[in-house]
Design a protein around this ligand. Structure first.
Ligand SMILES: Nc1nc2c(c(=O)[nH]1)N[C@H]1C(S)=C(S)[C@@H](COP(=O)(O)O)O[C@H]1N2
Ligand SMILES: [Mo]
Length: 328
């Protein structure tokens, strides 16, 4: 059985039951309404309308479509964001090449519309969702977050997105769901890196349910007020700011609710180097290098890396009682 979310009009979340829906036919013709989601949606829309518009940034636009009605978030850092050009030309996206300067070129013709996200596993509202209807019910926020890559560099990125928790609440996971797994598109015809046997594809990542529900965890659909450039994970990617960058999986096509911990790409590749938790931790070295310091893009002197990338007040409680040397 499959379900599809139709276009969602401002206040309302409208759902059509669609048996045997095909990948190419995800936009429904008829819709019906569930009262509870309607009320939730209306609250969100009112809040969005009341929120201030994002002041237009003079710097670094990519010339991509601008996202409307983006409100500012109290979760943003006050640090200066890196330039648009840095954020979009120094990328890890192995599907488009393993060198940092490759994705900007090899992802140029990547097709991100139409795009569907499949929701499956231990969840009430399983189904295939058209990306635009998936995003539409959510008020968009600018979240300026630090990103710390496991390789030792960092940057500050003005993402546009919405809390993953808001989506999860709508999808109504079953009580047995303890983890969420995310999967990137597998399409070697578009992603030349998938023909190279460096990593196992499709790329998979995952979070424990309480990590997924933490208000810092977002799904990003934009950057600097515009839709995401392909090399940064268009059309939708995860951002988990207190974890190493590799947890923030790009170009998501599948979200699966599970009762067991997912096997994640980097942990499959090198289980002694990359753990499931991957919390930024200056006290636990990578087997091949120290994690005590980092280089912010655009700077020369290395900075000290902060525990949980500086987000400890929001997330440290998730790990009380856990041995972070074992659960790295
Ligand atoms: N599908 C996919 N997602 C991915 C990666 C990848 O290779 N493939 N690289 C990860 C790593 S290691 C980092 S540091 C961040 C980089 O995100 P950015 O290029 O937007 O800065 O994306 C993460 N998400
Ligand atoms: Mo990374």
């Amino acid at each position: 059985m499959a379900w599809s979310l139709g276009p969602i009009y401002n206040a309302a979340m409208l759902i059509r039951k669609a048996p045997d829906i095909r990948y190419s036919e995800v936009t429904p013709k008829s819709l019906y309404l569930r009262r509870r989601e309607f009320i939730q949606g209306a609250t969100g829309a009112a809040a969005a309308a009341a929120a201030a518009l994002l002041p237009s940034r003079a710097s670094g636009q990519g010339g991509l479509p601008k996202l409307p009605n983006v409100r500012k978030s109290a979760y943003s850092t006050t640090e200066t964001p890196n330039d648009y050009d840095d954020i979009t030309s120094y990328n890890n996206f192995y599907e488009f090449g393993s060198e940092k300067d490759e994705p900007q070129f090899f992802a140029r013709r990547f097709v991100t519309r139409p795009w569907t996200v499949r929701v499956e596993g231990l969840v009430t509202w399983q189904g295939m969702y058209d990306i635009d209807s998936f995003i539409k019910p959510h008020a968009l926020e600018e979240r300026i977050y630090r990103l710390r890559c496991v390789e030792g560099w960092s940057m500050v990125v003005p993402w546009v997105g919405f809390p993953l928790a808001n989506l999860i609440k709508r999808l109504e996971p079953l009580p047995s769901a303890r983890f969420v797994e995310f999967v990137t598109l597998y399409d070697p015809s578009q992603m030349p890196g998938q023909k190279v046997p460096i990593l196992q594809y499709p790329y998979v990542e995952g979070l424990r349910m309480d990590e997924a529900m933490n208000p810092l965890t977002i799904l990003a659909v934009g950057l600097y007020g515009e839709v995401l450039p392909n090399q940064n994970g268009a059309p939708i990617r995860l951002v988990v700011p207190w974890k190493y960058g590799f947890k923030s999986i790009k170009s998501i096509v599948r979200i699966r609710f599970r009762d067991t911990q997912p096997r994640t790409t980097w942990a499959i590749d090198a289980p002694n180097e990359y753990g499931f938790y991957a919390n930024v931790n200056p006290n636990v070295d990578h087997p091949r290098w120290s994690q005590a310091t980092e280089r912010r893009l655009g700077e020369f002197r290395r900075r000290r890396t902060e525990m949980y990338n500086g987000y400890g007040e929001h997330v440290a409680h998730l790990y009380t009682g856990m041995d972070l040397r074992k659960n790295f």
